[in-house]
Ligand binder design. Sequence first.
Ligand SMILES: [Zn+2]
Length: 352
Amino acid sequence: MLTAVSIDANNEIFFLAYGIVDTESTESWTYFFRNLRCLFATEGCHKDDWTFISDIMRGVDAAIHDFYPKETRRICCQHLYFNCKTAGWSGSTFHKLFWIAADAYNEYVFEKAMTKIKEHDVAPEKYLRDVLEQWSKKMFDSKVCCDHNTTNIVESFNSCTKAFRDMPMLTLLEAVRNWVMKRVGSRFDKAINMEPDQLIEYAQNILQSRSDDSRFCHVTLCGGGGEREFEVRDRHVKFPINQDLMTCGCGKWQGSGIPCKHGLRVIYHQRLEPTNFISTYFKGAAYKATYARHIHPMANPTHWPSFDVPQILPTNVKRSAGRPTKQRRRAPHEARKGKRHKNNWNFQGVEA
Ligand SMILES: [Zn+2]
């Protein structure tokens, strides 16, 4: 079963499509993406500059590019880290520096972590610089307003539907449809009474925690002129803010679509309402549009009307040896769940 999922305003799974294929290959992914594109076109959506992130899968890259030539690719940092580990670059310090670079919203923090990596070994630094896909948060397009750099969302979808994987084909399809129907149904009910400008729970929580942190920041300079520019001091570091463009030197505001603690300091200083400085993606109108339609209940197959269509025969299944896997395919040297990484790339006294 091949699936495409996305993230809604509340940072939860929005299920897009699923399809059954005989085997995983460029051909089967091509079939999947061709139909995904058709599905969007049927709904009147011709957007082709989507951002994709996927697990390591056979044939997915070529297939995506065929149907979405303007795509942006992100690579799952969890996988990227394991590639590094396979190459022999591991240990708690490398792990820490890698994740500082991956989660950096700005050039400064990114470069600092990369320099520290290079000081110890030039090879991993070169390898990471040569990665074609976007992986560090500072590389992401601010228009996307989504700062995910792992495929955890896919993992959580897989664990939700794991119980169905052993079922016969039609039962599997029906179980997934039912699962999606229930989820969409409850969100449809939630969206119905939402005000267009109402902030979604996910954004509210982020706003709350950044708001708490903003207490330690100080607005040191208010710029004049047409543009509302400010300088905010966070302990010993200063960050320039442009309130009109909704940007901060730390990169988090534009990267996440929600004001960072520095931005919030300015907003409170100006006695303005933070909700007005949050991307519309996190508001009621967007959530309502996402769940504008729900999946209608379906009758029992015995009650289905009969159609004069040719009978679809099953495909020739190429069955591989053993039981079908339920777990995500892990990279050869990827640690099993819960196992700690070995500390064999250790050097001391390095803090990013
Ligand atoms: Zn900031």
